[in-house]
Design a protein around this ligand. Structure first.
Ligand SMILES: [Ca+2]
Ligand SMILES: [Ca+2]
Length: 582
């Protein structure tokens, strides 16, 4: 071998080594890119936990009483966390338990940082957050940002004079007329009647969107806004995973305080807050409330991936503005209460889902709610038909959206009819002179006590809700049949079906993360059907929302669930199925 060939060989070997090094470097770069991509995907999917979650709402006063005073409490919730975990829910929303005179059972807060003694104390609250996280669940607090209790020290100070630190913290206005004793304008509160209330000390009116003892905060005052953003930061930093925001559409009022225009509408509803013969033009859904949603988002984002859900009313275009305004993100989602007024019929449900899909197309996500602490219990709207309730659960846990369950909905606890005169609810007190037959005719419960009766745990005294003698509201009479312990041991119960649905939803990604397409070819006046699709996986959900048996011609697939029926090709009354397509 001569020198030159030796050199060539050497340079070849070096080139080969260099090539190898470059290849290795490429591989390392590729791997690191892949790993950062994967971690970005993982990050994205952790950020989006709320999109896939299932929410269980607890009304703390009625869930479980740990000390026998007849009122549910936080320690009681801790003792029953395993029940919710075993059911399969991932997130718990708890109605307010902060310091409050309890005139509206917690939706009238007198200190946002303290727990009302009837429910526990700060240490138990910390323990509750910890215990929920230990079980790998999330916790959502219920924040009433629009108003405080009239016993909040801020309001007390504000009433003293119009020249103190807090005098501008609420919405004060001079009255009209010679003596200034007529309300500043014609605005009606959400519960009817003028929302303006005269205060003798200040000789001025204050504005209250809801009840008279719940004065609205003035968000045009910078200190108020900061104080309330501080409240959300405080709890978020303590580990709370999100907030349900009470009447968020009432945060800002129009600064002109002009009279609202006339409307023929008498009762406000979920899609339209107009009512009591006026358009709620100047007091509801103010554009500054949309902007505030984006400010709240920005503020809360500094504490991690938190979920914000607003209680708002209005048409879909308005509602969407709370989620995104001027290109900026706001609340993650809003309640879509149209579900509550939708008749249990195939065509109605098809319309509902089409509308929600159109208005809340991905990356937005709809919410599906059928009961809460203000509304008639779902099973009572379904005429106590357990088969319908199961079919509704099948729908709610397979449709694209975040499902919300109100405690006891999984047991089919019915609405209790409690006379207005006996009502503890301040709404019942307000309307106590209304003839009872008129209250009974109303589509929605005027006395909200009826949907807040104690949870039914077992067959013992007071259905196991309290060891005391006197639950704060009467226990449902059918508790021997409906209690959780009994239903847990019955493979055919509503509770067992809920468990099954929650497990199914969790185990099949297309059901919690896939897109939805209405299966038009199966939809009729009796059948509602849709697909859930994620990448190459496709599932078909068919619901027979009629009293008849319906013949079906289904594609090949694996039946994952068959409800109220023995044959997938002949779906019996209120039968439903989930089919994995090949
Ligand atoms: Ca108690
Ligand atoms: Ca307000």
């Amino acid at each position: 071998m001569n020198l030159s060939s030796k050199n060539t060989e050497q340079s070849n070997r070096m080139a080969f080594r260099n090539k190898k090094t470059i290849q290795l470097q490429c591989l390392v770069i590729c791997l690191s890119l892949l790993s950062s991509l994967l971690s970005a995907i993982a990050q994205e999917s952790t950020n989006d936990w709320w999109k896939r979650t299932t929410v269980y709402q607890i009304y703390p006063r009625s869930f479980y009483d740990s000390n026998g005073d007849g009122i549910g409490d936080l320690r009681g919730i801790i003792q029953k966390l395993d029940y919710i975990k075993e059911l399969g829910y991932e997130t718990i929303w708890i109605s307010p338990f902060f310091m409050s005179p309890q005139r509206d059972f917690g939706y009238d807060i007198s200190d946002y940082y303290l727990v009302a003694p009837v429910y526990g104390d700060s240490a138990i609250c910390d323990q509750l957050i910890r215990e929920i996280h230990l079980r790998k669940m999330k916790i959502i607090f219920d924040l009433v940002m629009n108003h405080t209790s009239d016993e909040h020290p801020w309001f007390k100070e504000s009433t003293l004079s119009n020249k103190n630190n807090k005098s501008d913290w609420y919405v004060w206005k001079d009255g009209k007329g010679k003596m200034g004793t007529r309300p500043p304008n014609n605005w009606k509160s959400m519960v009817g009647g003028s929302g303006w209330h005269y205060n003798k000390e200040r000789k001025q009116f204050y504005w209250a969107s809801f009840l008279s003892f719940q004065p609205d905060l003035n968000y045009r005052n910078k200190d108020v806004k900061k104080a309330m953003l501080d409240v959300t930061r405080y709890w978020a930093e303590k580990g709370v995973d999100g907030f349900r925001l009470d009447i968020f559409n009432a945060i800002y009022e129009d600064s002109t305080f002009s009279n609202n225009p006339f409307s023929f509408k008498i009762i406000p509803n979920e899609e339209n807050p107009d009512g009591f013969f006026q358009k709620a033009k100047y007091n509801i859904n103010n554009i500054q409330s949309f902007e505030f949603a984006t400010e709240l988002r920005k503020n809360i984002d500094q504490t991690g991936n938190k979920y914000l859900i607003g209680e708002v009313f209005g048409d879909a275009n308005i509602l969407k503005k709370y989620c995104k305004y001027n290109g900026k993100p706001g609340l993650n989602s809003v309640f879509l209460f149209k579900t509550l007024g939708t008749t249990f019929k195939a065509r109605e449900y098809r319309k509902l889902v089409s509308l929600f899909e159109k208005n809340f197309e991905a990356p937005f996500i709809p919410t599906y709610v059928f009961s809460n602490h203000d509304r008639k219990r779902s099973i009572s709207r379904l005429k106590n038909d357990i088969n319908k309730a199961k079919l509704l659960a099948l729908f709610q846990f397979t449709v694209r959206g975040i499902p919300f369950t109100y405690y006891g909905e999984e047991l089919g606890i019915p609405q209790t009819n409690i006379a207005l005169k006996k009502g503890k609810d301040p709404m019942a007190k307000r309307y106590k002179r209304l003839p009872q037959f008129l209250a009974n005719m109303s589509k929605e419960a005027i006395n909200r006590d009826g949907c807040r009766t104690p949870m039914l745990w077992n067959n013992e005294k007071n259905a196991g809700f309290t060891k005391g003698n006197d639950p704060w509201l009467p226990v449902t009479e059918q508790y021997e049949k409906l209690n959780a312990e009994k239903q847990n041991s019955d493979s055919n119960s509503l509770l067992t079906f809920y468990k099954k649905m929650l497990a199914l939803r969790k185990s099949i990604p297309p059901l919690h993360s896939g897109e939805l397409k209405i299966a038009e070819e199966y939809c009729t006046s009796k059948i509602f059907a849709f697909y859930r699709i994620l990448e190459s996986e496709k599932y078909l959900v068919v619901l027979n929302m009629s009293t008849q048996t319906i013949k079906l011609d289904l594609p090949e697939g694996e039946t994952l669930l068959l409800l109220n029926s023995s044959n997938i090709n002949k779906l019996e009354s209120y039968g439903g199925l989930v089919l994995k397509l090949e």
